[in-house]
Design a protein around this ligand. Sequence first.
Ligand code: SAM
Ligand code: SF4
Length: 334
Amino acid sequence: MDAHAPLIDAHCRRIDYLRLSVTDRCDLRCTYCMPERMTFLPRKDLLDLDELHRLANGFIARGVRRIRLTGGEPLVRRDVLDLVRGLGRRLGDGLDELTLTTNGLQLATHADALAAAGVRRINVSLDTLDRETFARLARRDRLDDVLEGISAAQAAGIAIKINTVALRGINEHELPALIAWAHEQGHAITLIELMPLGDVEEDRFDRYLPLAQVRAALERRWQLTPSNHRTGGPARYFDSTETGGRIGFITPLSDNFCEGCNRLRVTATGQLYPCLGGAERVDLRAALRSDDPETALDTALDTAMRIKPARHAFAFDAPGATPAQPRHMSVTGG
Ligand code: SAM
Ligand code: SF4
């Protein structure tokens, strides 16, 4: 076994992108993501800072060039900035990009420190600009904090991509306004299809909105030109002539993109899920806590390459169906 061999899976896909969850906890409770009374992982089971660093370095040694910190809400973890600073030192030394996905609530506090550590680009999740809709959807009345966080990040020189889950009957009619707002502010925006992951208190079937439908509606309003722009993620982009900005579409359900998958996901407890929609799992925490952690980690990564499925298998088949996976997106990391 070559400890520096690139990660190439059984379907010949080169893996160079890690989504690393640092906590499953969150300061919001988005109705489509988790129930109000979510059961969180015991704190003692989470990887500590040293383990997170060793884990990330193990991935970088195997050719991972981009790391996205996620959760849960990554910025609620107390020592997350220590991790960001540590990983920031690998930028230009194995790592091309360090980024994060956040709900934005704590951004006003942390934006300058993130920028100083080398974060140049972040994704901020925002599904609505309407205060009441936000309070209902996130079960917390915190829209103003998100907007303040976005402004602070922009002022710190961090490029922002807004991520918006398209939800039938909730933000469906607001999407053009949300896109126009994002472009006016100079942000890119990507729309995402709802996925059946983990039990929540509503039937997601009623909320699922295929993005082909959204795109068709947008095209009646604006001229959308397919773009060759890629960010290393699964989005496909279109340029909008009228708003002068870019719109991404992430379509896990209506238009499977698994063929080009370059990602692995690790939970805050060190469980590697090679596929968001699959049950396959490799225990990296056990590897990190073994007698020979470096070898065990490499062996675990090789196992992940063997078992990464060709494609996910989730769909919205029928109302009331059980989720494709019991894991919430907040556990696997968005
Ligand atoms: N808390 C952070 C945030 O909201 O950006 C990071 C974690 S969150 C799980 C990452 C992304 O997953 C968010 O954009 C969120 O909207 C999205 N998400 C959560 N549950 C989802 C689901 N069931 N289907 C599709 N996207 C989902
Ligand atoms: Fe929290 Fe993000 Fe899930 Fe909303 S989508 S509950 S912000 S983890």
